[in-house]
Design a protein around this ligand. Structure first.
Ligand code: PYC
Length: 312
């Protein structure tokens, strides 16, 4: 039998399952190497933690690990129902909330090591959490993809810690009532990108699709709908998706240094984004909030036919 200690949080409705202990030792001298070890040797643990019957397609796991750099407060590897992620904005906000709940960090700046590099975070005096995300950039502008049943769809390919195809072309308003149709549409885009060989830098798969429109909400700049790699939609405004969007706005001259961009998801939760330009893109700052919703122990019993979860 195995016991895994967890804290569940949600960030604007999007769940993060923070794993505190009980996971096998991972080999590697960086979070990227440890993530590779997790994926090749311990994938059933990922599945046991986030997939049914203990989890769901929407849960992102955040495995806390001792950092390599002693200035960092933790290392983390994010994963979901189908595999590991590079970075996760809502998940980082959830991790900070969990660490604060445990009394491991106080208000102020902290560093977290991720597989795509170190990320600084601020636990603000008002309780909100800011993530200084990895450098984000637009890789290709105005790309056309032919989506069966929908025709030509135009968008940008951008990096925000994960790869995104971002488009303003949407057959329906971005509302909760339309979520199933929006999932079908973005899934069709995802498959068309793959079939047509449209990829990120160094041939990376584009595994997030972001629909982005103006917002009907006063004071909010934009509303998005993000399809995640496991084909679940992000309940939050997506931290890495917001970062990728900021990079595109700056590349188009639509956002200046220090301007605040308010980004909502279809549940109405809002992230505030701003950024500093760099030679290749931008350094995004994404601010949001998260809440602790459970602290528990997952049990994995050998005699359970679904001990290691149900694959998505
Ligand atoms: O907030 O970056 C994010 C994210 C990625 C996948 C789900 N949420």
């Amino acid at each position: 039998m195995h016991s895994i200690d967890i804290i569940d949080t949600h960030t604007g409705g999007e769940p993060t399952r923070v794993v505190l202990g009980g996971f096998p030792f991972l080999y590697g001298s960086s979070m990227a190497e440890k993530r590779a070890d997790l994926a090749s040797q311990h994938d059933r643990w990922r599945q046991a933690i986030v997939c049914e019957p203990r989890g769901s397609d929407t849960i992102v796991g955040a495995l806390l690990l001792p950092p390599q750099d002693r200035c960092a407060c933790t290392g983390v590897i994010f994963f979901n129902n189908v595999g590991c992620l590079g970075m996760c904005g809502h998940g980082t906000i959830g991790v900070v909330r969990a660490l604060a709940h445990l009394g491991r960090i106080q208000s102020g700046r902290h560093r977290i090591e991720t597989p795509v590099g170190p990320v600084d975070v601020d636990l603000l005096p008002d309780g909100r959490i800011s993530v200084h995300n990895v450098e984000s950039y637009r890789y290709r502008a105005d790309v056309t993809v032919d989506v069966p049943g929908h025709g030509l769809v135009h968008g940008d390919v951008a990096w925000g810690g994960n790869w995104f195809f971002i488009t303003g072309d949407t057959p329906l308003p971005l509302t909760l009532a339309n979520r199933e149709a929006l999932c079908e549409y973005t899934t069709a885009i995802r498959h068309a990108l793959s079939r047509q060989g449209i990829r990120g830098a160094e041939g990376a798969e584009i595994d997030h699709v972001e629909l982005s429109t103006s917002s009907p909400t006063d004071g909010v700049d934009s509303r998005n709908f993000v399809l995640c790699p496991g084909l679940a939609w992000d309940r939050s405004p997506c931290g890495t998706g917001t970062s990728a969007k900021l990079a595109c706005l700056v590349a188009d001259g639509k956002l200046g240094t220090g301007d605040v961009w308010k980004q909502e998801g279809i549940l109405g939760s809002v992230f505030e984004g701003s950024c500093q330009p760099t030679r290749h893109g931008v350094l995004p700052l994404v601010t949001g909030n998260a809440h602790v919703i459970a602290r528990s122990t997952l049990i994995v019993q050998d005699e359970d036919p679904f001990a290691w979860g149900i694959p998505t």
